[in-house]
Ligand binder design. Structure first.
Ligand code: SF4
Length: 495
């Protein structure tokens, strides 16, 4: 993509991005920032003076959309002072607003486009502000735009977008379209570049990340044990795999093969991925949980413990099948921390069915759960098929019960860590404490060393971005407190 600017002797044009929602939206915003910076824009903290404001929206809950409607007044005010300001709205709202109904409630908005259409931004900006940009050259695939990331040792890498599962409560297949996967060549190139620039933790992103299937499996290494059909070894017995032609691989194998490839990257310390779908938790992906750079945490949304509710949610698995996957996961990676998502008050959910969710929760003993009260989302099958018949107060009560159970179990599991040593990737310093996540994705804090100038810490700032040993001395439900006992913990080898 060649781009030219129309502001040779002028100050650089400025942009500000507000991001709602999930990590994938954050990564999309990094792509928009990368695109704008390639156009010569620079980021500004003062959005009221920005030449371009981008709002990257989320549609998972109505409250997130309401915040976007509510912010329009502010942008109209900015435009009184700066009439040529461009306000752009992208993300899930325009993605699912095929009839452009929501747009009518966004009076300050000049550009309104689903995420993949960010490739047209240069042309659209040039049409509105020819003084800023005069290029119409485009990158055809937005996933090929290089994200502009804030300085960090952690990075998100989107490997898949969209979803084919059509759970009846979910807007994602409408907002982001059907599942689309990136090529292995592109993903590996991006990850290699990130590691070469000091990234030590990568989080792979996809709506059902473990259903990843690539169109270029020939780019997996021949030694890849999860890719026997690409010419590598057979994972079951180590025998040489099949040569050409490459037969279609079973679901999940491509993802396991990708995890293996990333485990070979020198310098990468931690590999994390989200969100997994239970259906795509193949035996190969479960085996890959034991790869050494894999964090000791898996997020596996269950949504409900009742087969009847799961069927009406169109989750396509049963409680028994979910529990069977969990048993295999715990066997493959003993001690792994588990997270999940649960919706309470789905239409028709009886108290008995909700009790089945509680009993599943007790059986699995999740470390964390993101619990939501069902809210109907326009355009989804759930709205068409079912009446939202659980009263608000009842939903709230069930949510409270689940939260209380979660906190009990989390606290018990965290207290069992007292006296143990965990490895922590420090990501910030706050009020005399270093803070970061353990490999179990638990928040850990510890007081700064008495003599912070001692090597290898080289002062407070030197701790940020390091993996250190911390002995846990106290545990609450949402934070472990400890003391620093050493620098980098060796990467455990579970294989
Ligand atoms: S798997 Fe279901 S909940 Fe997850 S993104 Fe796809 S449709 Fe939505």
């Amino acid at each position: 993509m060649s781009l030219s600017l129309n502001h040779k002797s002028m100050p650089s044009p400025t942009f500000s991005i507000t991001t709602y929602g999930c990590q994938m939206n954050k990564n999309d915003s990094e792509r928009i920032a990368g695109l704008l910076s390639s156009l010569g824009f620079v980021s500004t903290e003062d959005e009221s003076r920005a030449d371009l404001i981008v709002i990257n929206t989320c549609s998972v809950r109505q409250s997130a959309e309401n915040r976007v409607y509510g912010s329009q007044e502010k942008y109209l005010e900015y435009k009184k002072e700066k009439p040529n300001m461009i306000v752009a709205v992208t993300g899930c709202m325009p993605g699912r607003d095929k009839a452009r109904e929501f747009q009518k409630r966004l009076p300050a908005t000049d550009l309104y486009f689903p995420t993949p259409d960010m490739v047209h931004l240069p042309k659209w900006i040039a049409e509105l502000r020819p003084d800023l940009v005069n290029s119409t050259d485009l990158e055809s695939d937005y996933l090929k735009i290089h994200p502009l990331r804030a300085p960090s040792v952690q990075a998100y890498v989107t490997i898949q977008t969209g979803c084919n599962k059509f759970c009846t409560y979910c807007v994602v297949p409408y907002a982001r379209g059907l599942e689309r996967n990136r090529s292995v060549a592109d993903i590996l190139q991006e990850c290699r570049e990130l590691v070469a620039h000091g990234i030590i933790e990568i989080t792979l992103l996809g709506q059902t990340v473990n259903s990843f299937r690539t169109s270029d499996p020939e780019n997996f290494s021949s030694e890849n044990p999860f890719c026997h059909s690409c010419g590598g070894r057979n994972p079951s017995d180590g025998s040489p795999g099949l040569a050409e032609p490459r037969p279609r691989m079973t679901n999940g194998d491509h993802f396991a093969a990708l995890l293996w490839e990333l485990n070979q990257l020198d310098g990468l310390e931690r590999l994390h991925w989200t969100a997994a779908h239970p259906l795509s938790m193949s035996d190969e992906v479960i085996a890959a949980l034991a790869l050494p750079k894999q964090v000791n945490y898996l997020h596996l949304p269950v949504q409900s413990g009742s087969n009847d509710v799961l069927r009406r949610m169109n989750r396509k698995y049963t409680r028994e099948q979910y529990l069977e996957k969990i048993a295999k996961i715990k066997a493959a990676r003993p001690g792994i921390a588990l997270g999940t998502d649960i919706i309470v008050g789905f239409p028709g959910e009886t108290r008995e069915q909700f009790a089945e969710t509680l009993s599943l929760y007790r059986e699995v003993e999740f470390d964390v759960s993101y619990n939501a009260q069902y809210s109907p989302r326009s355009g989804t099958l759930g709205v068409k098929l079912y009446q939202d018949d659980i009263p608000k107060e009842e939903k709230r009560e069930r949510w409270d019960d689940l939260q209380a159970l979660m906190e009990d179990i989390t606290l018990k599991k965290n207290q069992a860590l007292i006296g143990q040593t965990v490895s922590v990737l420090v990501d910030r310093i706050d009020h005399g404490f270093a803070i970061g996540n353990s490999r179990e994705m638990k928040l850990v804090r510890f007081p700064l060393p008495k003599n912070p100038l001692d090597p290898p810490y080289q002062g407070e700032a030197g701790l940020v971005g390091q993996i250190v040993h911390v002995r846990v001395t106290d545990a609450k439900a949402w934070v472990l407190t400890g003391e620093l006992v050493g620098k980098k913990i060796p990467v455990l080898n579970f294989s």
